[in-house]
Design a protein around this ligand. Structure first.
Ligand code: BG6
Ligand code: MG
Length: 220
């Protein structure tokens, strides 16, 4: 029986992942006079702000000192938060509101397992803070996704074992993290990248709790 649902945020609950990459693109255009290719986005998805910046600097073949690194990460975050200005409940991705209601109707507890330090702020803007029983703090875990830490912390915050939970993700690193935690991975989005998920839906609109419950019972 599924007792907990551990949610990624960006790209699962709201399509804020496009804003993340937009903010990185603007930063890179300004400071390095360069353009980031579309396919780099997948590598920055799910991983922490610092790890995203490392992926980007690596792509650019640039090295910067620690002070510059922090300044670039801060500037990206300021730009990102500005892009979130108009975020509202209408930005919740299709199917998510119903999916959350269905989980609650089954007494399944909800926790946020996002790498984003902006998680609580975004939930507030989406009017979803009360929907979550717990929010795992990415600043308090040792290793970011693809390490399992944030999913383990999210399960712990619900007083549950990861094995009794599902994790919902749109990122390669996120699915790897769920699998490593022992939770049952449910992926949404781009199929070719997410084949390591135990169950996959083409988009959030297709998320189906009955299908997930059946697959979960077979796997357990
Ligand atoms: C993840 C995003 O949810 O959060 C990543 O997929 C992002 O792209 C990471 O780097 C950290 O987010 P933030 O808001 O703390 O910079
Ligand atoms: Mg995501």
């Amino acid at each position: 029986m599924i007792k907990g649902a551990l949610f990624d945020l960006d790209g699962v609950i709201a399509d804020t992942s496009v804003y993340h990459f937009q903010a990185w693109r603007d930063l890179v255009a300004k400071h390095f006079n360069a353009t980031l290719p579309d396919d780099l986005e997948a590598k920055t998805k799910g991983v922490s702000r610092g790890d995203s910046l490392r992926v980007i600097l690596d792509y650019l073949g640039e090295t910067v000192d620690q002070v510059t690194f922090e300044a670039l990460a801060d500037e990206k975050n300021t730009a990102y938060i500005k892009l979130l200005d108009d975020l509202r409940p209408a930005n919740i991705l299709p199917g998510i509101t119903d999916f959350i209601a269905n989980l609650k109707a089954q007494n399944i507890k909800l926790a946020l397992a996002s790498a984003s330090l902006n998680g609580p702020y975004i939930l507030e803007k989406l009017a979803l803070s009360d929907a979550f029983d717990a929010v795992a703090n990415p600043a308090e875990v040792t290793s970011g996704k693809p390490a399992p830490d944030i999913f383990i912390a999210a399960a712990q915050a619900l007083n549950l074992e990861p094995q009794d939970c599902i994790g919902v993700e749109d990122a390669i690193a996120g699915v790897t993290a769920i699998n490593a935690s022992g939770a049952f991975s449910v992926a949404v989005g781009d199929a070719s990248d997410l084949s390591h998920a135990k169950l996959h839906f083409p988009s959030t609109a297709e998320l189906n709790l009955a299908t997930i419950q059946k697959a979960f019972e077979v796997a357990r």
